[in-house]
Structures are given as structure tokens and as C-alpha cells.
Design a protein around this ligand. Sequence first.
Ligand code: TXA
Ligand code: MG
Length: 313
Amino acid sequence: METSLTTDPEEAAAFIRGGGIVAFPTETVYGLGANVFAERAVAKIFEAKRRPADNPLIAHIGDASQIDELSNDVPASARVLIDEFFPGPLTVVVKKASRVPLIATAGLETIGIRMPRHDLARAFLFACGTPVVAPSANISGRPSPTTWQAVLDDLDGRIDCILQGEATAIGLESTVVDCTGAVPCVLRPGAISIEDLRRVVPEIEAFSGDTSKAAASPGMLHKHYSPRAKVVVVNQVSEAAEGDEAAFIGIGEPSGRFGRMAVCRSAEEYARRVFAFFRECDQAGIGVIYCECVEETGIGRALMDRLRRAAAG
Ligand code: TXA
Ligand code: MG
């Protein structure tokens, strides 16, 4: 299939309305969308990404009124989070309505819902006129795409259209909070930090980092965020071994010479740049990428989660 490129949200939405799959920008990473109620279209997402069938998708909405199309059971904790953080980089998991097809949720009776805070994404979702399920728009296991060019690298010829926007502002995927239990808990850390969440829901459980919550969030078990190069997380800048085939990303400035290097001014900048840096290193034939640890507060917690997973992959 030929992949159309456009900057027009109406043109991109026409593919969704016709049962196609479309990559679009958000404030976190680019997503690969389909109409949540079109089972054939949702199946195409799994095929195009080579995504394991047990990994559930997040439903994206342009307007809060669309929550009712997805769930008839939004508990008080979810309401509070929605009021406070929608639109934004937060996904709430609630019981799904029966009309939401099981293929969208990978067989789960729950669904993740998110309203992006991004003008082009919202114009696109509005024009689609339906909630749109969208995983990150990469081949499964690869670093999430933060530019439309990264989407094209992975999915050219495999999807109907790419809605071209700017590079994404946050660079890591949304915070996922499970609101179906007695106490809400963070399944995936993101830009909305545990500190932010606790301001409005003090009892919320932090992301534990273990996989005992795997049944609730099967996607967490899969290989993730991995460049072809080996990823090594270092505590100190000085632990990174220089060389033309080595790369470094972090906040400190290493003294050695590296084939590729990204020195960031903050954890936010580090988060924004890391996935694109991984892809750039692969294109440059880098063998090992040293990633400096950051403090696990704010977005630092999400960043360390992604770095550890990339290193494990
Ligand atoms: O920022 C984001 O969330 C991006 C953009 C495109 O919105 N999307 C994204 O989707 O990161 P994806 O598919 O790469 O990650 C979705 C993850 C799943 O792997 C799973 O861990 C969790 O969200 N998830 C989704 N639905 C769930 C559910 N019903 N129950 C538990 N976890 C769920
Ligand atoms: Mg993903």
C-alpha cells in the first residue's frame, strides 16, 4: 500500500472514516490510529506494527463527551484524574462498555482512555468523529517515534497515512493509571508524575517496577524501546567508555570522544530526545549507547523506566 503524507487533519481523518490506519502526532509520541469500533481496522494496527495480540490499545478522544461511548463505569478516582489532567499525557484504565470490541483491548474487559493535549491531534480526532485506538506508531519493540520521519522509517508502505506534525514535546508515552481496583495504581510512569497524581488522589499506588501487575497490563512484559545498539545505563558519566562506535546521552558532559553524543540540560530535555537519539545511533552504526542515570523524581521516573527496559531488551 502507498502511505500518504499530509499536514491536513481532515485529509488524515478521511482515511480513519474509510476504515484505514493513520499515524498522528500527540504531545507524547506519534500514535497509529484506527476507529475503535471498526474491528478490521483495529486488526490492521496489530498487523502493521507486528504487535503481539495480548497488548491492549489506548482509546484517544477529542472531547470528554466521548468517554460515554467507551465506558459506562467511570469510578470517582478516574473522574477526579480526568477533571484534573485531561487533556494531557495521562491514560486512565476503566471498565469498557460492551460495544467496545475485545480486539481493541486485547481481550481485557477494561480500556485505557486518553485525551491528548495537542492542537493537531485534537483537530484530527474531532474530524474522525469517533474515539481512535492508537498504540505508538513504531514496529513493536523499537523506540517510540517522536517525529513523523521516524514513523515513516518503521511503517512506510504498511499504513494508509501519516499526519505530519512537529517533533513531539514530551518524548515519552503517557502515564497509565488503573482505576478499576479499590486503590488506583500507576501501571506505566510518564510525564504526569506520581507527585502530580497524589495532589488529587493521595492514596494512589506508585509504579512498582515489577511485573506482578502483568495481568492488568500485559504490554509491560514485552520487549520495549530497543535500538539495535546495546544500551548500557551508567551511574556516572565516567563509566561510559569512549570510542567511535560508542554513544553517550545524559546530563553530564563526558570527557571522552564518542561517535554520537547528546548532552541535555534537564531530565525533560533528555526525555524529549532519547528515542530519536536511539534511532540516530542505529543509523550511524553505533554499537553501544551509554545512558546516564537521572534522579527518579518527576519525569525522571518515567525516563529511568524506559532506559532500564531498553537496556533489558
Ligand atoms: O502516550 C501514549 O500513551 C501513546 C500515544 C500515542 O498516545 N500511546 C502509547 O500506546 O504509548 P502503546 O500501545 O505503545 O502503549 C499502551 C500501553 C499498553 O502496552 C499497556 O501497558 C497499557 O498501555 N494499557 C492499555 N490499555 C490497557 C488496559 N486496558 N489495561 C491495562 N493497561 C493498558
Ligand atoms: Mg508502544
